[in-house]
Design a protein around this ligand. Structure first.
Ligand code: AMP
Ligand code: ZN
Length: 113
């Protein structure tokens, strides 16, 4: 069972990495839907939000802090940005390794489609 984002983390698939630390890696989405579209991925393979356990709470905190750092580095703070995690089919999750989308650089409508 291969996981696309585990392959990116193992550098078997190239990615435009913009940030990495002990807990998470951030790289540009291959099909951006906003001028800035970065994915923050925990190094640990967890398929989806619904698979999280209590033990993952510190890790997910680190993922959110990594997202904040990337948003700052990308210059998104003055105008604002959106973090999105899709969970399951109805939300449109296509890669089954938790990832936070960072979307910014344009005005984002609400509600999402
Ligand atoms: P989701 O639909 O929430 O599971 O998001 C998966 C995202 O991964 C999509 O926005 C894809 O464009 C993106 N994606 C798929 N393959 C790659 C890749 N090799 N490198 C970067 N982003 C990718
Ligand atoms: Zn994985």
């Amino acid at each position: 069972m291969g996981c696309l984002f585990c392959s990116v983390l193992e550098k078997k698939i190239p990615a435009d990495v913009v940030y990495e630390d002990e807990h998470a890696v951030a790289f540009r989405d291959i099909r951006p839907v906003a001028p800035t579209h970065v994915l923050v991925v925990p190094r640990k393979h967890i398929a989806a939000i619904h698979d999280l356990t209590e033990a993952d709470a510190p890790l997910m905190g680190r993922v959110m802090l990594a997202a904040r750092t990337v948003a700052h580095k990308e210059g998104l703070e003055p105008t604002g940005y959106r973090l999105v995690i899709n969970d399951g089919d109805a939300a449109g999750q296509t890669v089954h390794h938790i990832h936070v989308h960072i979307l910014g650089g344009r005005n984002l409508t609400w509600p999402p489609g």
